[in-house]
Write a new protein. Structure first.
Length: 490
């Protein structure tokens, strides 16, 4: 038992890590332009800083040997060695003495020496190298010549008469400070942008509390997941190709078809168990695909032999007419509720999808007042009596009160949640508004489930592939035959 719990915890940690990485990748896709812009700005900033802080430093050096003018040939080597040692020890003091500094400054016509002077010796030999650095090339060269000219005179009272035998000297001072590098600034900018971007994406991933999979719906929303609908991505085709997310689209993926079939089976089972016909389909916000889901639910139920009416209850933004390619103009639900127009003059028969449709009509801002009217209640009762199912495509409950008002009349609600789209807090707030109407919430539909590095979509595919074959081979074929017999009887 302990081994099982240990493995379970390891799996959870693995999933959490994969989810964080998946969110980071999604964040990178979403904010890539911002990261690139940051790299450009940082590169420019670093380059400007290099230019502003650039101060060239020129170096001039001379190498020479030190000898005593009064030394004999017999003891010259020994004396020169001693002399070199004395010079090495005394040179810094003599070099920075006030007398030599004044001589150098006087040669340059300045009050102070505009540079630094250092020495190097080759082991215990009498060979010395003087290195002069200055902000100006001319100063570096002049300081070096001034030292070589005045040093023997200044050093004589200390170490006696010496001679500097020049071996090598730089003809022109060298600039030892690297010039501002655009390439280097770009590299620094890109690296900084990557580091800051990674930190930002980590923060984004850890703070993005959204719905990723079915288990999140159960844990975070305390609702059942009725079904998970995979993300549909159409391949690039000609301009005339219609990207219609519908079970009637021959180009749609098999995974999508199977998921809708599973969803239909769940709804049929729930409707029979709870004796409900009127299903309200909504979401927390726009862009979650509720209208697409509502239309496909109606089509799938009708394909199974049921008589279905799809009602566009989003009066502020009606879209069902256009989505199903019905008549572009004509009266709709708005006209039924606001004028003396009967339902029979508004309802349309969709021959292609085999469903009845009540379009929304012209857009209307105060939809809640009309949806809460006695006319709306009577119309739903009439549709309920004449249909096996009534599917209501409503406005997002998280933005408007229209759906919450309509929920008082509907019998069941299906809540569409797009994967990794709306935060859990906003979803819970929308569900709470919906629950205040006391409507039966049948569950959530996870829409746009795609395979990330966590492989969520692949798990869905295996699920649908296992159950979908049954519906495809037996149940759906029988349902289609039943639908044909129903039409012949009518």
């Amino acid at each position: 038992m302990s081994d099982y719990n240990k493995q379970d915890r390891m799996d959870i940690e693995k999933i959490d890590l994969i989810r964080v990485l998946n969110d980071m990748i999604k964040g990178a896709k979403r904010f890539w332009l911002l990261i690139v812009l940051g790299a450009v700005l940082l590169s420019g900033f670093y380059f400007i800083q290099e230019i502003r802080n650039y101060h060239p430093v020129y170096t001039s050096n001379a190498t020479f040997t030190v000898t005593r003018n009064d030394s004999s040939l017999y003891n010259n080597s020994y004396i020169n060695e001693q002399t070199a040692g004395q010079i090495v020890k005394t040179f810094p003091y003599i070099l920075h003495s006030g007398l030599l500094q004044k001589q150098i400054a006087a040669d340059l016509g300045l009050e102070t020496v505009p540079g630094t002077i250092t020495t190097e010796t080759l082991g215990s030999t009498n060979m010395i190298t003087i290195v002069v650095t200055s902000a100006k090339a001319a100063y570096a060269q002049e300081i070096l010549h001034s030292i070589m000219e005045h040093y023997p005179v200044v050093a004589e009272p200390v170490i006696g008469e010496v001679k500097l035998n020049l071996l090598d000297i730089t003809e022109s001072p060298e600039n030892t400070t690297p010039a501002p590098s655009l390439k280097g600034s770009i590299i620094r900018g890109v690296v900084s942008a990557i580091v800051l971007g990674t930190m930002g994406l980590l923060l984004y991933a850890f703070t993005r509390n959204t719905i990723h999979e079915e288990e999140d719906i159960r844990k975070k929303l305390n609702l059942d997941c009725v079904c998970a609908i995979p993300q549909i991505v159409f391949k690039k085709r000609g301009a005339k190709f219609k990207k219609d997310v519908s079970i009637y689209n021959k180009k749609i993926s098999q995974t999508f078809l199977e998921s809708i079939r599973v969803l239909r089976a769940r709804i049929e089972k729930d409707a029979k168990k709870n004796n409900v016909k009127v299903f309200l389909v909504t979401s927390a916000g726009p862009g979650e695909g509720k209208s697409t889901i509502a239309a496909n639910i109606a089509m799938a139920l009708a394909m199974g032999g049921a008589k279905v009416t799809l009602v566009d209850c989003d009066l502020r933004n009606p879209s069902v007419r256009e989505r199903l390619s019905l008549e572009s103009k004509g009266p709709g639900l708005y006209d039924v509720l606001s004028r003396e127009i009967g339902l029979e003059k508004v309802i349309l028969w969709d021959e292609i999808h085999k469903i009845y449709v009540v379009p929304g009509g012209k857009p209307y801002d105060d939809g809640s007042a009309l949806l809460d009217s006695p006319k709306m209640k009577r119309m739903l009762e009439e549709l309920k009596e004449k249909n096996d199912y009534v599917i209501l495509d409503t406005a997002p409950v998280g933005l408007l009160t229209d759906t919450a008002v309509l929920a008082q009349t509907a019998e069941a609600a299906l809540f569409v949640v797009k994967q990794d789209y709306v935060t859990c807090s906003n979803i819970l707030e929308a569900i709470e508004q919906l629950a205040q109407s006391k409507i039966y919430i049948a569950g959530c539909i996870l829409n746009g489930a795609e395979a990330g590095i966590g492989g969520y979509g692949y798990r869905y595919y295996r699920y649908y592939n296992r159950y979908g074959n049954y519906y495809s081979d037996s149940h759906y074929n029988n349902a289609d035959k039943q639908a044909e017999h129903t039409e012949e009887a009518e």
